[in-house]
Design a protein around this ligand. Structure first.
Ligand code: 13P
Length: 342
């Protein structure tokens, strides 16, 4: 039925040289980001900050789509243009975060299940009306001696697939985001094994629940050493371990894999993506769907002041351009010095 449109949208989101901006921070998360620059998280500050990002001239050369939050998809630029319309006018595809967060998983201390399935069919219809053409749902898993449990891995995979089915029925491309968190002191091998278990469960459930993989995208973590590990893996080791994991578990029918940055520094996130693409071509496009790694320098430059908007836009444009280069393996750290963020 709508499958050609889904395929086209998924393919456009991972077009050559482009990736996705995740600007779908929930109220709690954006408050944390604003706290770091001493800006109050009011509705208008959130609107002004998102406007700054969405009106950055030229960013559309590197950004194919933007993931919005429920509040943001209903907001407008200062000239009255609704954000989804503003983005679409630049050829940028609006998307929407539809999960309502990772909540404690019953009888599984320290583990979470992502919620938001109740009433989702109706919400998706409304989001499509508002201009969204793709959606996002994030599940999280932490690594410790006893986690993630099989229970956590499979219940989250089942929920991700239920979400994906509802999205495809509503004509939205589901971005499937299983995020293995990199907090802790685990080594690369442990990260790889856990990421593999999670991906295997996710693709089993997607298959069982009749998902057309060509109309989906995967948004996984990269396979890193835990942030607290003493001997952290190098850029090339991360690229190799991540590729190995993806080749084992992600079907070639998936058009693209758009990584989350997950607390890596902005330059590390770019360098890792670049290293993977330098080993290409691969069966899927390898792209980005970064939140922090695209926004951190812009947020710092802005500090809530209108006179800093231009500097913040330059910083955001620069990160988008660097990640655009990493899409084809053409990034080099020397390019960072071309940056002009004031
Ligand atoms: P980060 O790139 O900051 O991890 O955010 C991406 C995202 O959308 C997490 O759900």
């Amino acid at each position: 039925m709508a499958s050609n449109e889904l395929h086209d949208t998924a393919t456009a989101l991972v077009a050559e040289g482009k990736g996705i901006l995740a600007a779908d921070e929930s109220d709690g998360t954006i408050k944390k980001r604003f706290d770091s620059i001493d800006v109050e998280s009011t509705e208008d500050n959130r609107r002004a900050y998102r406007e700054l990002l969405f009106t950055t001239e030229g960013a559309e050369n590197y950004v194919s789509g933007v993931i919005l939050f429920d509040e943001t998809i209903r907001q407008s630029a200062s000239d009255g243009t609704p954000f989804p319309k503003l983005l679409a006018s630049k050829g940028v595809i609006p998307g929407i975060k539809v999960d309502i967060g990772a909540k404690p998983l019953a009888l599984a201390e320290g583990e979470t299940i992502t919620e938001g399935l109740d009433g989702l069919r109706t919400r998706l219809e409304e989001y499509r009306e508002l201009g969204a053409r793709f959606a996002k749902w994030r599940a999280t898993y932490s690594i410790s001696d006893h986690t993630p449990s099989e229970y956590c891995v499979w219940t989250n995979a089942h929920a991700l697939a239920r979400y994906a089915a509802l999205c495809q029925e509503a004509g939205l491309v589901p971005i499937v985001e299983p995020e293995v968190l990199m907090d802790g002191d685990h080594d690369l091998h442990s990260s790889s094994r856990t990421t593999g278990r999670v991906l295997q469960a996710v693709y089993t459930e997607l298959h069982d629940q009749r998902i057309d993989l060509r109309g989906t995208l995967l948004k996984p973590n990269m396979v890193l050493s835990g942030y607290g590990a003493t001997n952290r893996a190098s850029i090339d080791e991360v690229a190799e371990a991540t590729l190995d994991c993806l080749y084992r578990h992600v079907p070639a029918a998936v058009p693209g894999i758009a990584f989350l940055s997950g607390g890596q520094s902005d330059e590390d996130a770019t360098a890792h993506l670049n290293a993977m693409n330098a080993h290409g071509p691969h069966p899927w496009q390898l792209s980005f769907s970064y939140g922090r790694a695209l926004q951190a320098p812009a947020l710092k430059a802005w500090r809530g002041l209108p006179e800093n908007v231009e500097a913040a836009q330059r910083a955001y444009y620069h990160r988008a351009k660097m990640n655009g280069a990493a899409r084809t393996g053409m990034y080099a750290p020397e390019l960072e010095r071309e940056a002009v963020p004031a």
